[in-house]
Design a binder for this molecule. Structure first.
Ligand SMILES: *[C@@H]1O[C@H](CO)[C@@H](O)[C@H](O)[C@H]1NC(C)=O
Ligand SMILES: *[C@@H]1O[C@H](CO)[C@@H](O)[C@H](O)[C@H]1NC(C)=O
Ligand SMILES: *[C@@H]1O[C@H](CO)[C@@H](O)[C@H](O)[C@H]1NC(C)=O
Ligand SMILES: *[C@@H]1O[C@H](CO)[C@@H](O)[C@H](O)[C@H]1NC(C)=O
Ligand SMILES: *[C@@H]1O[C@H](CO)[C@@H](O)[C@H](O)[C@H]1NC(C)=O
Length: 369
């Protein structure tokens, strides 16, 4: 489901009676609910390719509505890429037929156009994970009958993922950037997004706004495209380990891929006498990491978001892995992002991060940074 807010009346009565000026409430934003994984993700876990989150709830999903018959498809929200792709009905997702609710049937839409341009897109470092399909356009719908006309996406005939990816990293190609296109269509003032999630992988994905109620303190602001010069990571026993390179914040990843020197030290602290990572050690006593993201912003990540028992409790798994080389860009996904309010204004190139505040309160404003 998708919420479109454009016509909420502003209650000015209080201001009139007290005579104090009230800032005009921001109304030009689009809010998508963030949703949890489902059975198709469970299959990936059972196939053994699922790195953790035993309940099958890694990553963030939302539903898009497209085509003349407004088909709803679930996509993963991915800050690590910048294109939208959606599997075609009847094609292959993760080695099996795509599940209901993740695929789009172009035959059912009278507005679908095939641009007939073949695309192969690679994800992750190794080149093993790719998607293939044809560039296409169709109309995308928001609540209230509003639509984004002829948006260009890739209709996939094959993907290594369980569903399509809504890549929301900034892009210079405004035809294929969802956020830029929503701005071009006039539904938001500034091209940018914010991501708020709760501990159980739900939340809100906002286009064109920032919810000031949903983070603690001030945002640390970096002029950067989703990578930040984070300072250090402090382990539960107090070791302060400096990050030698930037951290890319990647909601498409369920891992913590950091410098080998840091990983070695973390593993040493949670290993048993046999040298293996021990969940008895890692998961005892409410241990937590503290990520110092700079500018005074520190974010706690419980060890239980990084270490986990396998299904029969015989092996301790870890979501922490090493970058291929010392000093190269690190990539951190859901374990950190779930504790972070993440917002990015494409137009200034500024990224904001702060510790997330879980609350039902809401104070959505336009980008000010
Ligand atoms: C869509 O229509 C084409 C041509 O009529 C047909 O070959 C194809 O099988 C249809 N696809 C689906 C998913 O129904
Ligand atoms: C799109 O065009 C390509 C190339 O002409 C074709 O192979 C593909 O089947 C078409 N897809 C759809 C959904 O029409
Ligand atoms: C997807 O389409 C391309 C281009 O037509 C084709 O080479 C490839 O074999 C197709 N993949 C699958 C899984 O059908
Ligand atoms: C974007 O779309 C327009 C209109 O369809 C087209 O003329 C232009 O070449 C496209 N730009 C890119 C980078 O593909
Ligand atoms: C933390 O654990 C490591 C590995 O066992 C050890 O080398 C280090 O001295 C410990 N630090 C503190 C502050 O206890």
């Amino acid at each position: 489901m998708l919420l479109f807010k454009s016509t909420i009346l502003v209650a000015l009565l209080a201001a009139i009676t007290s005579g104090t000026p009230v800032a005009k409430r921001h109304e030009k934003y689009i809010a998508y609910p963030v949703e949890r994984g489902d059975a198709s993700i469970k299959r990936r876990y059972e196939q053994g390719s699922f790195d953790g989150f035993q309940d099958g709830r890694a990553n963030y999903f939302t539903n898009l509505k497209l085509g003349s018959n407004k088909q709803e498809v679930s996509v993963m929200i991915d800050t690590g890429s910048s294109l939208l792709n959606i599997p075609q009905t009847g094609s292959q997702c993760l080695g099996g037929e795509c599940a209901n609710g993740v695929a789009f049937d172009p035959n059912e839409s009278t507005t679908f156009k095939n641009l007939s341009k073949f695309t192969k897109g690679y994800y992750g470092g190794g080149g093993a994970v790719y998607v293939t399909g044809f560039q296409s356009t169709d109309d995308f719908y928001f609540d209230g009958g509003k639509k984004l006309p002829n948006f260009e996406f890739t209709l996939l005939n094959h993907t290594f993922y369980a569903r399509g990816l809504l890549g929301i990293a900034p892009s210079t190609d405004t035809n294929t950037s969802y956020v830029e296109s929503v701005k071009k269509a006039g539904y938001i003032n500034k091209a940018g997004f914010s991501l708020y999630t709760t501990n159980d992988q739900q939340g809100t994905f906002l286009l064109g706004g920032v919810d000031k109620a949903k983070f603690e303190g001030e945002l640390a602001i970096y002029n950067s495209k989703l990578s930040i010069p984070a300072k250090s990571l402090t382990t539960a026993n107090g070791s302060v380990l400096d990050f030698p390179a930037e951290i890319q914040l990647d909601s498409g990843s369920s891992g913590i891929i950091i410098d080998p020197v840091i990983v070695d030290q973390i593993n040493k602290e949670v290993s048993g006498k046999d040298g293996k990572i021990s969940c008895d050690i890692a998961l005892s006593g409410d241990k937590k990491f503290t990520f110092d993201l700079g500018q005074g912003v520190k974010i706690d990540v419980p060890y239980s978001d990084a270490f986990y028992w396998n299904a029969d409790k015989t092996k301790c798994g870890s979501r922490i892995s090493k970058t291929t080389a010392h000093y190269t860009t690190q990539n951190v996904g859901i374990p950190l992002i779930k504790h972070t309010y993440l917002t990015h204004n494409y137009e200034t190139g500024n990224l904001g991060v702060a510790p997330v505040k879980h609350t039902d309160e809401s104070n959505i404003v336009d980008f000010w940074f």
